[in-house]
Design a protein around this ligand. Structure first.
Ligand SMILES: NC(=O)c1ccc[n+]([C@@H]2O[C@H](COP(=O)([O-])OP(=O)(O)OC[C@H]3O[C@@H](n4cnc5c(N)ncnc54)[C@H](O)[C@@H]3O)[C@@H](O)[C@H]2O)c1
Length: 351
């Protein structure tokens, strides 16, 4: 039937896109996104989903795949687009990696945390049997599109949450980034990471900060995409926080738990002679300025030791503890004694 052939050829010429969008993002930005696709004559489908930590599961992956299948995409030239926070990007990444063994996808992060962290790297995944990110893979996106204007609708506490991961990179790798957070942290919280012209005092702090955060993150992740090397500076703040986060769920956000871990580790580094008293105070002060918690009563010595035993199990019997050895510098340690941990804890708890 020649008509059918015509239709098939038109279908080949037409631009088609399948988009998955976080429901909240759809509320704020959906009409703009639709206008964009219409203006560019794209035949599109937007699947708007409640992508939260509670729905981050294989069920949602399968329901996305059902919709992808009925819309029909050409995996050679029609990447799936994910627009949302880290949860949305992780679910869609996993769905795309499974569909026809691997369909390209594009990440468009819309939270600060996703912008600096989930935007970079190859990992995706969903929660399984009450365990965080238990099912997943390493399939990098074909591209990540960064647009900071999404961040203007993020609540203040969520911005602090993202700042926790940025501070991690600063403490491990970049004194300049630490100085930016120290001097402009509050301003960036107030202005929700948007750029404003003509404010001499702050320059374009948000642009500089996000750029440095992503660059340092890339430097760490790119040579070790599949995490074969277990000595990772990006694990700073992630030794004790998983245990703490699970224990007090849902009262602490991820970046907050990470910060409590980093605050304790700052005391450990000081006890071990790696940081001066002033540097230690400087770090804690910066954390407070970013409105991040530096202490939690449930983060007691028992929990700390339990978490470190877990760490040993998952890291081939070695602690691999990243610690700051100055501002913006770090090393990985395997020989921090129980006594050092106890002394650090005592001091941390007393201040
Ligand atoms: N793959 C990776 O490398 C990687 C890295 C870091 C984190 N993660 C994952 O990311 C998740 C956390 O990401 P998150 O902090 O972005 O959480 P999230 O995706 O749950 O988003 C947080 C909240 O913000 C809302 N939201 C998103 N964009 C918004 C906007 N522009 N304006 C207003 N509200 C908006 C969402 O609807 C949600 O309610 C975790 O599941 C974590 O495992 C993955």
């Amino acid at each position: 039937d020649p008509q059918q052939l015509d239709m098939a050829m038109n279908r080949e010429r037409e631009m088609r896109r399948f988009i998955v969008m976080d429901q909240n993002v759809d509320e704020y930005y959906g009409s703009k996104v639709r206008k964009y696709f219409e203006a560019n004559n794209v035949h599109y489908k937007i699947l708007s989903l409640p992508t939260t930590e509670e729905t981050k599961s294989m069920d949602l992956v399968l329901s996305i795949l059902q919709e992808v299948h009925s819309f029909g995409i050409d995996r050679r030239k029609e990447p799936i687009i994910a627009i949302g926070g880290g949860v949305c990007l992780d679910i869609v990444g996993l769905a795309a990696s499974l569909y026809r063994r691997r369909t390209p996808y594009i990440r468009v992060p819309t939270t600060l945390l996703a912008y600096v962290d989930a935007s970079v790297g190859a990992k995706n995944g969903v929660n399984f049997l009450q365990c965080k990110n238990k099912l997943g893979g390493y399939t990098p996106p074909v591209a990540t599109f960064l647009d900071r204007s999404f961040i203007q609708t993020i609540p203040r506490r969520h911005i602090s949450n993202g700042l926790g991961e940025i501070l991690k990179m600063a403490l491990m790798k970049h004194k300049g980034l630490f100085d930016l957070l120290k001097s402009h942290g509050k301003y960036m919280l107030d202005t929700k990471f948007q750029s404003h012209n003509g404010l001499v005092n702050h320059g374009d702090a948000a642009l500089k900060t996000t750029r440095l955060a992503i660059e340092t993150m890339l430097e760490e992740l790119a040579p070790n995409l599949w995490e074969d090397d277990l000595d990772r500076l990006v694990d700073f703040g992630h030794l004790i926080s998983p245990e703490l986060e699970m224990k007090v769920l849902p009262s602490l956000m991820h970046g907050e738990a990470v910060n409590i871990d980093m605050a304790f580790m700052t005391y450990v580094a000081h006890e071990n002679g790696l940081l001066t008293t002033e540097e230690k105070a400087d770090i804690i002060q910066c954390m407070k300025g970013l409105e991040l918690p530096v202490w939690h009563e449930d983060c007691n010595l028992h929990l700390i030791k339990k978490a470190l035993v877990e760490r040993l199990k998952h890291c081939g019997g070695q602690m691999r503890m990243p610690l700051p050895s100055g501002l913006g510098m770090a090393e990985i340690f395997n020989d921090i004694s129980e006594e050092t941990l106890e002394r650090a804890y005592k001091l941390w708890a007393s201040e």
